[in-house]
Design a protein around this ligand. Sequence first.
Ligand SMILES: *[C@@H]1O[C@H](CO)[C@@H](O)[C@H](O)[C@H]1NC(C)=O
Ligand SMILES: *[C@@H]1O[C@H](CO)[C@@H](O)[C@H](O)[C@H]1NC(C)=O
Ligand SMILES: *[C@@H]1O[C@H](CO)[C@@H](O)[C@H](O)[C@H]1NC(C)=O
Ligand SMILES: *[C@@H]1O[C@H](CO)[C@@H](O)[C@H](O)[C@H]1NC(C)=O
Ligand SMILES: *[C@@H]1O[C@H](CO)[C@@H](O)[C@H](O)[C@H]1NC(C)=O
Ligand SMILES: *[C@@H]1O[C@H](CO)[C@@H](O)[C@H](O)[C@H]1NC(C)=O
Ligand SMILES: *[C@@H]1O[C@H](CO)[C@@H](O)[C@H](O)[C@H]1NC(C)=O
Ligand SMILES: *[C@@H]1O[C@H](CO)[C@@H](O)[C@H](O)[C@H]1NC(C)=O
Length: 456
Amino acid sequence: MKRSAVLLETLMILATVGQSSWAALSTSSCKEMGSSTYRPHTVTVTEFGAVGDGVTLNTKAFQNAIFYLHSFADKGGAQLFVPAGKWLTGSFSLISHLTISLDKDAVIIGSMDSSDWPVIDPLPSYGRGRELPGGRHQSLIHGSNLTDVIITGGNGTINGQGSVWWDWFNNHILNYTRPHLIELIYSTGVVISNLTFINSPFWAIHPVYCSQVLIQNVTILAPPDSPNTDGIDPDSSSNVCIEDCYISTGDDLIVIKSGWDEYGISYAHPSSNISIRRIVGEAKSGAGIAFGSEMSGGISDVEAEDISLFNSLYGIRIKTSPGRGGYVQYIHISNVVLNNVNIAIGITGQYGEHPDENFDPNALPIIKMITLEDIKGTNIKHAGTLEGIQGDNFSSICLFNVHLNVTSSSPWQCSYIQGSSNLVSPESCEPLRNPYQTSVCYTANHVRTQNLVQAA
Ligand SMILES: *[C@@H]1O[C@H](CO)[C@@H](O)[C@H](O)[C@H]1NC(C)=O
Ligand SMILES: *[C@@H]1O[C@H](CO)[C@@H](O)[C@H](O)[C@H]1NC(C)=O
Ligand SMILES: *[C@@H]1O[C@H](CO)[C@@H](O)[C@H](O)[C@H]1NC(C)=O
Ligand SMILES: *[C@@H]1O[C@H](CO)[C@@H](O)[C@H](O)[C@H]1NC(C)=O
Ligand SMILES: *[C@@H]1O[C@H](CO)[C@@H](O)[C@H](O)[C@H]1NC(C)=O
Ligand SMILES: *[C@@H]1O[C@H](CO)[C@@H](O)[C@H](O)[C@H]1NC(C)=O
Ligand SMILES: *[C@@H]1O[C@H](CO)[C@@H](O)[C@H](O)[C@H]1NC(C)=O
Ligand SMILES: *[C@@H]1O[C@H](CO)[C@@H](O)[C@H](O)[C@H]1NC(C)=O
């Protein structure tokens, strides 16, 4: 079946199974802000010498255009238009009060020469590059300490040509950690909308130390065997809203993070108030919605609803390890439809992967107040593999109205977890067989992202 047909069919299924939440969508807390931000001044990248032939390197044209637009920042900001064409470029940096708008037939193409992607400092919450010690290649579209930035288009494309990076990674010849397609650091009031992202070298969209971020109506594609090509990774960020996306990549589709072991613990920047809705996708080598494994700054107040996943390794997954510290708490996930998924719900307390030998093995994560509600699955292998840490039970793990058609004869594997359940089939594991109680389980919709509108 074609992707669009799958999407349409899934939306129809969601519309019928989740009538109550469907109706609530009109009161969505993620108000659209992108289209309402008028920029009084517009330039086109060709005015700065760009050539859209797919061969000419346009890094300087993008940099010069954005440098020129500096002078409009205090006059309502400006827009950089990228017309139809193939615009090869290396990494470039954004400024505040800027809109980058792509024509529907515009393709921004990342250079296949790693020297066009400068090396920048590691993030303080990671202490080093995620893949290798030291710095990391700067993302194709980079921004730090910005406010009021919009990256949008009529479904134009940003193509990272990631296969060269995947080969360097697989052959162990990278010198530094791979770059993202978009990374925004210490920024507020960010909109990324109406675009298609393909073949990112590494995670596609990475907001870190950001707030008031809206990611809406984007398509993110990478092959299922491309290494670590996560879709969207909100990291140590708050008031983030992700809606109406189709994602199919080689790792997790949406994964919330907050720093790595001792670096994340001391930097102490949590991810909180994150709202995710109407996501469709395929995570053949990862999870649909995931948390961690880097979660050392803490993750709380996350709401995900109306999620449809197929052909995936995991549906929902929490990953952590001794040494991480931090917490994952107040997580509410509802109205999920799964089809052809290996493990519907996964929690692992022994993920491993440490930045260096200086992590504290006694820094145990707190995992509590996790509720999964209204989950349906067909062609599921294992219902749940839920593993806490000895001496560090994961608690208040609650399942309500979870119905999975499972092929494995031992559908639930549970250790070091506590919680409760109601209306679960196949019957949940013994530690979760306590009656579902609102006093024990996280039920309320506490996640609020209304502040988004003020940002624009
Ligand atoms: C996306 O495009 C649609 C259709 O052109 C438009 O109505 C909407 O405002 C855009 N969304 C954002 C967030 O820019
Ligand atoms: C960016 O913001 C961070 C956090 O507020 C600050 O530590 C850093 O110095 C800023 N960087 C620049 C270049 O202004
Ligand atoms: C999503 O993007 C498509 C293509 O640009 C547009 O036609 C549609 O209106 C957008 N939908 C939303 C909800 O913004
Ligand atoms: C945007 O383009 C992608 C890639 O061509 C396509 O798969 C997707 O359906 C389009 N999205 C919208 C909303 O039209
Ligand atoms: C790694 O560094 C070497 C030596 O500077 C260089 O020749 C090579 O191209 C670099 N590899 C990558 C993938 O950037
Ligand atoms: C699961 O299987 C049962 C019996 O085989 C069937 O009645 C039910 O409709 C299936 N549920 C789903 C969600 O497909
Ligand atoms: C930890 O959870 C297990 C069930 O998985 C339970 O038997 C045990 O008593 C719990 N330990 C503590 C200290 O609560
Ligand atoms: C999260 O939302 C709550 C409720 O609206 C608010 O009190 C809190 O300040 C928000 N947290 C952050 C980090 O913005």
